[in-house]
Design a protein around this ligand. Sequence first.
Ligand code: CA
Ligand code: CA
Length: 173
Amino acid sequence: MDSAEYERKIAHRFAAFDQDGNGYIDRADFNAAAARLLTEFGTTARCDKGQALYTGAEAFWQGMAGIADVDGDQRVTREEFVGGAVKRLRDNPGRFAEIARPFLRAAIAVADGGNGGRAAVADVERALRVLGAGAEIASIAAQSLDTDRDGLVAESDVVAAFAVYFTVIEPDA
Ligand code: CA
Ligand code: CA
C-alpha cells in the first residue's frame, strides 16, 4: 500500500482511541469509552460489572502508556502511537491483546445479555457504534467476530481481532 493509505489507516485507529477527539490519547479517553458503554447498556459504574470495566480501562491505559508514551507526559500523541502501539507491537500482537484483555472481557460482560460470557452480535455492533465506529463498519466487524456463526461473540475472538486490527496494518484491513 502507498504511504497515504497507510497514514489513513493509522488515523482511523488513532481516532478509535482518541474518544474525545482532542488530538491525543490519555486516561480520559479510556474512561470516556467505559462511560459510553455503561450508558449504552444501562449499567451503573458502581456495580461489579461497571467497576470491572473501569478497572480494565485503567489497566488498558497504563499498558498503552507503558508502551507508547515515550516522553512520559501521560499523553500518547499520534507520533507516539505510530512509533509504539503500532510499530513496536506489530511483531507481537499478543502483548497488545493481554493489555486490552481485562477491558474487553469486562465490556463483553456489560454487553452480555445472559449469554454466559459471550455477547450477541447485535450487542457487539451497538458497542462498536457507541465507541465511534460507523454503522456499516460496526455491522461488518461484529459479524466477522462471530467466527463460528452461532450469533455470539466470545472474548477470545474479540481479543484476537482487536490485536490484529491495531497492530497489523494491511491494505484491506
Ligand atoms: Ca483524547
Ligand atoms: Ca507522550
